[in-house]
Write a protein that binds this ligand. Structure first.
Ligand SMILES: Cc1cc2nc3c(=O)[nH]c(=O)nc-3n(C[C@H](O)[C@H](O)[C@H](O)COP(=O)(O)OP(=O)(O)OC[C@H]3O[C@@H](n4cnc5c(N)ncnc54)[C@H](O)[C@@H]3O)c2cc1C
Length: 367
């Protein structure tokens, strides 16, 4: 048996544990310092902007494409194993844009068609008949992505945990990892034990999926990963009736604001993007959240009648000075992988990240 320890149980760590659990030669332990699906995952809106993203080539597109494909099978698979429903919106994403952005979106629609995916440009007439809730004075055109999705990140992560447990993965939700105890071997460090507040865990391989906590865990090594927080605020609203056609409730997005339909006339609205100051601190600015609500009302005026049920914030883990995410061996170590720094797309990229970690471990012939 090869012992793999996964540090972190947000959506990324949970997805990795679930996908690794299919290999019978691995014994998998997940360590988290709090219950699962808190931290960034607990704040996320779960909008999966794959086909409609402007990433068209290279790894960025490959990961988006493979995640969107994997989600279609993963959700029913998890619902069956975990015996619990996962809210998963299959009605697509509608992106509203200004007239001058039309050529950029037409180009994307052509590219996606050549890649076997579908995007539809809607003129104002189309838009008004399909989504009458959208303000015709503000929005002249939109692009509709029927194959993109939205998922409840907390329900997804809890289902991943439950399904992984049924496949033999062990979870500890009171284990703050303090140190990777390592020995030198062939010029590299090899982590032998993971030292935590709940005891020591022996490891043949360690996967660091600790989001913002990854920086501290890698500081003892040759090269630490610098991951900094970018704060996001969001809110849940209640309307008496759903916006527009109750049978067609896609995610609506415009000016970087998402309007995410839930059940019973409820919506998530978000999110702000607030960067830290020079010393790495960031606190929620209520004016920015007001701005998001104003922007959402400008897109869908009926939201002005909504009652605010709750507001919240979370910290996105953003790699400093390099693109997100980081999925690679930790420099200086023979047996530590990084799967972290997913910034604004951790829910979208969790399935592809899990697949990439499986591939990296397969290269090492550990299963
Ligand atoms: C408001 C908001 C909206 C968002 N919307 C979207 C969206 O629509 N779509 C999308 O794809 N993404 C979205 N995101 C981004 C997404 O939330 C993140 O990219 C994703 O959740 C990162 O997941 P993770 O598992 O890497 O990190 P986290 O969810 O932060 O989990 C890391 C875990 O590691 C644990 N940990 C850290 N250090 C240690 C340690 N030393 N020992 C033990 N445990 C440790 C933490 O306790 C935590 O449980 C949003 C984020 C925010 C804040």
């Amino acid at each position: 048996m090869t012992h793999v320890v996964v540090v972190g149980c947000g959506v990324v760590g949970a997805a990795i544990a679930y996908e690794l659990a299919q290999f019978p030669d691995l014994s998998i332990t997940v360590l988290n310092r709090q219950p699962p699906a808190q931290a960034a995952t607990g704040a996320a809106l779960g909008v999966l902007m794959g086909v409609i993203s402007q990433k068209v080539k290279g790894n960025a597109w490959r990961m988006r494409q493979s995640s969107i494909q994997r989600y279609e099978a993963l959700i029913p698979e998890l619902e069956a194993i975990a015996q619990q429903p996962i809210p998963y919106n299959r009605q697509g994403i509608l992106m509203c844009f200004d007239a001058e952005a039309l050529p950029k979106w037409q180009q994307l629609a052509e590219t996606r068609q050549s890649q076997g995916w579908q995007l539809e440009i809607w003129n104002q007439e189309n838009l008004h008949s399909r989504c009458p809730q959208i303000n015709p004075e503000k929005v002249l055109a939109a692009i509709y992505s029927p194959q993109d999705r939205q998922v409840d990140p907390t329900a997804l992560t809890l289902a991943l945990v439950k399904a992984a447990q049924t496949k033999g993965v062990t979870f500890h939700f009171d284990a703050q990892v303090l140190e990777l105890k390592s020995e030198s071997a062939d010029g590299l460090q090899a982590c032998q034990q993971v030292h935590t507040t709940a005891g020591n865990f022996s490891a043949d391989w360690v996967v660091i999926a600790a989001g913002l906590g990854s920086t501290l865990l890698t500081q003892a090594g040759i090269q630490s990963v610098d991951i900094r927080p970018v704060l996001g605020q969001a809110m849940q609203l209640q309307l008496e009736n759903p916006l527009g056609d109750r049978h067609f409730q896609p995610v609506i997005t415009g000016d970087d604001i998402h309007i995410v339909p839930l059940n019973n006339g409820q919506y998530w609205i978000g999110a702000t993007v607030e960067f830290p100051n020079d010393v790495g601190e960031v606190s929620a600015d209520s004016a920015q959240l007001d701005g998001v609500l104003e922007g959402a009302i400008a897109l869908c005026p009926a939201l002005a009648q909504a009652k605010i049920l709750k507001t919240w914030s979370g910290l996105r883990p953003r790699p400093y000075g390099r693109p997100a995410p980081i999925i690679e061996p930790l420099s200086g170590y023979a047996n530590v992988l990084l799967a972290t720094g997913h910034y604004r797309n951790g829910v979208l990229l969790a399935p592809a990240t899990a697949q990439a970690v499986c591939n990296l471990l397969a290269k090492e012939h550990i299963y």
